[in-house]
Structure formats: structure tokens, C-alpha cells
Design a binder for this molecule. Structure first.
Ligand code: G6P
Length: 612
């Protein structure tokens, strides 16, 4: 979702800001803009991609050592040139870029209109910069104080950066519920929504906290105050990211790179945690709370999108192995449905980005009711990582493709380790099965590697599915969430309508859709429900559906029934989701490429959903 980049220093700002905007393209956006100061305040913005913005700017003036840039994902007002950021104040001497939503913008707009302000866009952002200007002019305060007072009036979420024509030596930035990172170089500063635009210039960063305002003056130390006007000492951290991790490394798309990275990313997620030699699991981030977790009456898992699917796998794992009741909730529903949360509940919040607005709000709700919140996040230093009591990073590395792949398998790997560790402490798993699962979990990266070797076969199946308008994904037990995730991947990037269903439920509805045109992807690996799934395949076959089955290596019975098969290596049933999802990721990828879709930046989607 919206991206922010800003620069102040001795270099030309334009190339740095434009490159930063390209680095943020993965977040999803529909218009882009930039503001620079070269004596005049120069603002260029348009609907479309960063390439369109560059084309639009052409040979116009792009000089200046200070600049801000933005990629906008429309919330208030359609994506067009006018609604794109930056936005001007009434006198056009101030300009702002903003991520988030100012919820009371309408009331502020009405009041400002009565005071003579006129607005050109439909955005809440333009209202905010007019409010700042109005306070500065009427309260006769400096810009920093005007920003502070305005933010006290604004309700909602924001990450903002402001540029003033009269002060080409200053950037003012602030955040509340929307991330903002400040990079500190030598005589230069960078601001961005995440560290990707900053990493090639400096590793020293400060993550702004909620309700903090950064005053960035050229040639001075970074100054931070809160919206309550309390001075804060900036906490400088060193980024662990490297530049290779955010480049394509020879792959055609980030998504393909990330799918192929999974043997590595799963390994990194369990490294130092699944200790086969010592026969134990160590999740350092939760040790302090292990008694509370082991004694939990109930576990509630919250997340959105793919992370929610990982949560569903977590439910099967935790109930199966550790015998604690689990509920899995969409964070967006959980937060608004007045849920019953007790002090002896443990809430697991799963998020790749660590910034999803609904998940963050659900965490706050759970915390306010006294529950322990355990976060599973991929992005170090993210809001969710910082707000949860305990946590485990997934160590999948930056995920740039909008459709989540390696984050999912890393999340499930952590949940598996978590379930096993709790099961062991609760005595709900016998020692030999525990040790066996530890060994098998440790070999999962190699099994995923084997699946990836068959990518050509998956590509051939993609060619068969690519023109289908609809498709169905079926699975039972541990494979049901995988079916949901397979269907989600397909619709996200290929725009083919796909539904994931528990295989047995098919006869209560979706079976009506099946005919000789309908591809049905069935996860039919060996396990407790195997025979039942085979019966479901028969039901599809009887209605002439095209069956694509993910089966256990060497399963000739299923191979005979299906039209096409993808084999995966045998493993314990509870580890299958991490492996069986991989061919489904590849299938969606190849189908989307064959359909000419923008795989890494699918239409309308955002990578980091910072609005509710
Ligand atoms: C967006 C992304 C999905 C992701 C979901 C939850 O919709 O496009 O890939 O699964 O948000 O994001 P999170 O960062 O919380 O995992």
C-alpha cells in the first residue's frame, strides 16, 4: 500500500527519490508523484506507474537536494492525477505526502471551507496540509508546531512527510499506525515507508514510533518530539537487510525468485530453533512466557490473507499435537465483533509485513483484555513485532512479490515448531514421535527442493489451466488450508476465479459448477483422509471435471484417477502443507505469466495493507 520516500542531503534528490519509489512499487499503488525544491517548489504527479511519472516529467526541472516522493493506493478518491500525492496547501508553499487515512477529514474540510480554503482533490491528505497551513497562519506558530497541533486534531492513521518552499533545509515527518523509517547517512537523511529504498545508502535507521514527529534539518542531528511535545532521543538501529535480498537475482519475477528461495527461507526459519542434535525445540522469543502458553485454556490465531491461511494450518497442528483448543479469526472480523477474550488466552498474530492495520488493531484489543500476544512476523522492527509481548521472526527475508509465498511456508514452519514444543511441554506427544517429527521438520527444506525440480511439469499443467475462467481447489484436514491458499494464489495473480473448499463440502454446492471445462485441483497426499479424498476425486471424475492432483510420490492409484498429477515426496501428514503448497504457488505463477499478468504487482492489490 502507499509508499513514501524522502531525501535531504548534498546529492541530487530526484534520482534517489525515483529509485526509492521503484523499490516501493511492490507494495501496490495506482499513481505516483514527487516534490523537489529548486528555489521553487516543484510538484509532478500522475496516475499510473513510476515509469509513467518519469515519462511525464520528461525534461522538466528536477534539480534540488531535497525531495519527497509517493506511490498512492487509492482510498479517498479515484486514482487520477489530481488525487495523486504530493498535495499542496492553499498558498502552495507547503506540500505533503501521506500514507494512512484521516478519518475526521470531512469535518475538518467543512470547517476549513468556511474559512476560505478551497480543495482540488477528493483526498483526506489535502485536508491535512490545509489544516497545518491554517494553524501555522492563524496561531502564528512555526511549521513544526503547526504540524504537531494539527496531528492532535487529526483522527486516524498517518505516515507523513512535509516539505516547505520557504525552508529547503528541512523535512518534517511523523507517524501514527503507519510505518516510517528514517535513514541516517553522512550529512544526509532518508525517509521511507520501509527500509528497502534506504538500504543502499545507509544501514543506520530510526523507526519512528506512533505519535512521534521527526524534525530533519540539513546539517543537524535528527530531532524527535512527540505529538504531546515531549523530546525523545532517537534510537538508532542497524539494518540487517542486504541489497541482494531486494533484487531479482536473475529471476524473471520476484515471485519466482521467492518460490525458489523456499528451501533456504524455511531452513533460516528453523535454524537455531529445531535442534535435532539435542532433540529439542527452542523458540527463544517465547521462553519467558512458556508457562502461560503451556497452560493456555485457548489459543486464538489472527491474521489476514495468506497469513490467515497459515493460521488455519496452525490450528490443525496445535490441536492435533498440543491438544489446546484453537480458534482462527480474520483480524478484521475479530476486532469488531466484541469477541470474548480472557486473560488465560494466548493470541497468535501472524503477519508477513508486521504492518497490517486490522491485525494491529486486533492485537491492541487482545492486549487490552489481558491476553498474551505472540507475534509471528517477517519484517524486523515492524509495528506488530514491536507491539506484541513475545515473538518469533520468520527470517524468510524480504518478500517483494505481492502474492505471499515464502512467508507462508516460513510461518507454517514456525507454527509447526511451536506446536511441537508446546506438545512436548504438555506431554501430549510421545517422545519417539516428537523426535521423529523434529528430524522430519529438519528435512523439509530438502523435500521442497525436490518439488522445485519438477517445475517444468507444473508449467505444462499451467498451460492446460490457463484459459479456464474458474477453478476449484479441494483438500481435507491439513490440506484444506492449502487448498484455500492455492486458490488465493491463483485469483490474486492470474485473475482466474478460484475457490478453495474442504473436499467433502464440495457436494453441498460447488459440485454444481463441475463440467468438462472446470479444472479441479485436489491435494490427495497420503494421510488419514486419503481414501476419503480419493472418493471426492471420483465424484469430480463422474462429472467430467479436469482433475489435477497433488499426490505422494509413487501413488499409482491416485495417478490413474487424475488427469494430471504433481508428485511430492512423502512426509508426516502434519508437515505436508509446507511442501504441497509449493507446486500450487508454481502453478499460479506460470498461469499468470502465460496470461500476460503483472505477477509481482497484481492489479488492485497491496503488499502491506496499512488501512483497515
Ligand atoms: C495483503 C497481501 C497478502 C497478505 C495479506 C496479509 O493482502 O497482498 O499477500 O497475505 O495482506 O498481510 P500480512 O503482511 O499481515 O501477512
Amino acid at each position: 500500500m502507499c509508499g513514501i520516500v524522502a531525501y535531504i542531503g548534498n546529492r541530487e534528490a530526484y534520482p534517489i527519490v525515483m529509485k526509492g519509489l521503484r523499490r516501493l512499487e511492490y507494495r501496490g499503488y495506482d499513481s505516483a508523484g514527487i516534490a523537489l525544491i529548486d528555489k521553487e517548489l516543484l510538484v509532478y504527479k500522475c496516475k499510473g506507474k513510476v515509469d509513467d511519472l518519469e515519462y511525464f516529467i520528461g525534461t522538466q526541472n528536477t534539480l534540488g537536494n531535497i525531495g519527497i516522493g509517493h506511490t498512492r493506493w487509492a482510498t479517498h478518491g479515484v486514482p487520477n492525477d489530481v488525487n495523486a500525492h504530493p498535495h499542496y496547501s492553499q498558498a502552495k508553499d507547503l506540500t505533503i505526502i501521506h500514507n494512512g487515512i484521516i478519518e475526521n477529514y470531512n469535518a475538518i474540510k467543512k470547517a476549513l471551507t468556511l474559512r476560505g480554503h478551497t480543495f482540488t482533490s477528493d483526498t483526506d491528505t489535502e485536508v491535512l496540509i490545509h489544516l497545518i497551513e491554517d494553524i501555522r497562519n492563524n496561531a502564528k506558530v512555526d511549521l513544526v508546531e503547526a504540524v504537531r497541533l494539527a496531528l492532535n486534531e487529526a483522527v486516524g492513521a498517518y505516515a507523513i512527510v512535509i516539505l516547505s518552499k520557504d525552508n529547503p533545509n528541512q523535512l518534517i515527518a511523523a507517524r501514527k499506525s503507519s510505518p516510517l523509517v528514517i535513514g541516517i547517512g553522512v550529512d544526509e537523511f532518508f525517509c521511507a515507508s520501509d527500509a528497502t529504498p534506504i538500504i543502499e545508502y545507509t544501514k543506520n535507521v530510526v523507526y519512528l514510533n506512533d505519535e512521534e514527529i521527526a524534525v530533519i534539518n540539513r546539517g543537524e542531528e535528527l530531532k524527535i518530539i512527540t505529538t504531546k511535545n515531549i523530546a525523545k532521543t532517537p534510537y538508532v538501529q542497524e539494518l540487517e537487510l542486504n541489497i541482494e535480498a531486494i533484487e531479482k537475482g536473475g529471476y524473471e519475477h520476484f515471485m519466482l525468485k521467492e518460490i525458489f528461495e523456499q528451501p533456504r527461507s524455511i531452513r533460516d526459519s528453523i535454524r537455531g530453533r529445531v535442534l535435532v542434535d539435542q532433540g529439542l525445540i527452542k523458540l527463544g522469543g517465547i521462553t519467558e512466557y512458556s508457562q502461560k502458553i503451556v497452560n493456555a485454556k485457548r489459543i486464538i490465531i489472527i491474521g489476514c490473507g495468506t497469513s490467515w491461511h497459515a493460521g488455519l494450518v496452525g490450528e490443525y497442528l496445535i490441536e492435533d499435537l498440543a491438544r489446546i483448543p484453537v480458534e482462527v479469526e480474520y483480524a478484521s472480523e475479530f476486532r469488531y465483533r466484541n469477541p470474548i477474550i480472557n486473560e488465560d488466552d494466548v493470541v497468535i498474530a501472524i503477519s508477513q509485513s508486521g504492518e497490517t492495520a486490522d491485525t494491529l488493531a486486533a492485537i491492541e484489543l487482545a492486549k487490552s483484555k489481558g491476553a498474551l500476544v505472540y507475534g509471528i512476523c517477517n519484517v524486523a522492527g515492524s509495528s506488530i513485532a514491536r507491539t506484541t509481548h513475545a515473538g518469533s521472526y520468520t527470517h524468510a527475508g524480504p518478500e517483494i512479490g505481492v502474492a505471499s509465498t515464502k512467508a507462508f511456508t516460513a510461518q507454517v514452519a514456525i507454527l509447526t515448531a511451536f506446536a511441537l514444543s508446546v506438545a512436548k511441554q504438555r506431554g501430549t506427544i510421545n517422545e519417539s514421535r516428537y523426535q521423529q517429527l523434529l528430524i522430519e521438520l529438519d528435512t523439509v527444506p530438502e523435500l521442497v527442493e525436490k518439488v522445485l525440480l519438477q517445475s517444468d511439469k507444473t508449467k505444462a499443467i499451467a498451460a492446460i489451466m490457463k484459459d479456464a475462467p474458474n477453478s476449484l481447489y479441494l483438500g481435507r484436514g491439513y490440506s484444506f488450508p492449502v487448498a484455500l491458499e492455492g486458490a488465493l494464489k491463483l485469483k490474486e495473480i492470474s485473475y482466474i476465479h478460484a475457490e478453495g473448499y474442504p473436499a467433502a463440502e464440495m457436494k453441498h454446492g460447488p459440485i454444481a459448477l463441475i463440467d468438462e471445462e472446470m479444472p479441479v485441483v485436489v491435494i490427495a497426499t497420503k494421510g488419514a483422509n486419503y481414501e476419503k479424498v480419493v472418493s471426492n476425486i471420483q465424484e469430480v471424475k463422474a462429472r467430467k471435471g479436469i482433475i489435477i492432483a497433488v499426490v505422494t510420490e509413487g501413488d499409482e492409484h491416485a495417478a490413474l484417477l487424475a488427469d494430471y498429477i504433481i508428485e511430492i515426496p512423502e512426509s508426516d501428514e502434519c508437515l505436508v502443507p509446507i511442501i504441497s503448497v509449493v507446486p500450487l504457488q508454481l502453478l499460479s505463477y506460470y498461469i499468470a505469466v502465460m496470461r500476460g499478468c503483472n505477477v509481482d504487482q497484481p492489479r488492485n492489490l497491496a503488499k502491506s495493507v496499512t488501512v483497515e
